[in-house]
Design a protein around this ligand. Sequence first.
Ligand code: ASP
Ligand code: MG
Length: 426
Amino acid sequence: MKVFKFGGASVKDAAGVRNVARILEKFAGSQLVVVISAIGKTTNLLEEITLRYWNDQGTELAELVKKLKDNHYSIVNELVENNDEISGKLQPVFEKLEIALATPKSDNFDFEYDRIVSFGEILSTTLVSAFLNSLGHNNIWLDARKMIITDDNYREGKVNWEKSVSNVKKQVADSFNDNSVQFVITQGFISGTANGDSVTLGREGSDYSAAILAYSLEAESVTIWKDVPGVLNADPKFFSDVVKLDEISYEEAIELSYYGATIIHPKTLKPLQNKNIPLFVKSFYDPSSSGTVISSSIPKNLVPSYIFKRNQILITIFPKDFSFIGVDNLSEIFDIIFSNKLKINIMQSTALSFSICVDNVEEHVKPAIDALAGNYKVKYNDEIELITIRHYSQNIIDKVVQGRKIYLEQKSRTTLQLVVKGFFKR
Ligand code: ASP
Ligand code: MG
């Protein structure tokens, strides 16, 4: 069994949906589980819909729902002339959405967000599944909310692995029991609580869904189909001399995605590494090209890669009472970091101070600094960039630092991380 994941860009219009069907056709003989994200920018639109619902802005809400419908029906109309079959499948989904939007809201925004935003993936998979059927590709549509079970930490559900594995195994096996079934089609990004409420796994979470399914099924491989040829060694927005990495290790891919490469959702790799399932990143424009493979084997040619994580803030904390930084101070500091949801990307301690480089999210950072200011002197520096270089050399360091001031540096044999002032200029 293999797992394929198609992101929103791959199905953004009728040509895209046709292209996905063409790729799938090539694999019609093997048992294939296909994970699909919401079409194009649908999730953003549904986020706006959720806000209007939450703020009781009925008129704007209706307009946005109309836009959502138009986006989907225009793809359907362009796909097939006589499309009653496909439209007939979408219509009850839109009805359910309208009922959901007419239901009085609770006092939990994140709960409402997941209840509404999850419709994006339900719509896209319903459309693609019906289109494949119309081409004669028998497939089964499975509701990921009934397979992947998470807690009720809405917008960032935490997976219940035991329940999810057993659901996924059973429902996918049952689907392929019928030999005429070529594909199982299911949604990325969404899951459900044990009580049946909708949950999402965090923005761009469809890669992670593919990994959860592959882990559960002990799949042969996962392929993420993208609009780029594979994983690149740097961001082409900043560098003109980027190269595609043919193969990289799980460890390298985890580090790159965690520290800012946006190509794969950072949570994706760990479950795959655990079961030694290779991950292919391939271009949906050029499906027969090799792409990148991420696996446990260490490639022979270690191409340097470098990524930036922008919008960081470096916070340095000094005890006011002239004491050294010890476990007692750190434990107090970490309590504050944890309760204010700061995301630490790098930390360093000296005898007299403790420094952290965190994502500069104002609503988290400001209250944290205020809380720290009680017992500590706090200094901070914003407009900071965190640079991560794998397989570094002095040449690359010079190239990415651009003479900027380096505040903090951490080094292992393979990875160098630098906290620098200002942002890289192209
Ligand atoms: N549709 C969701 C998003 O746009 C999930 C994904 O694309 O992976 O965030
Ligand atoms: Mg997306």
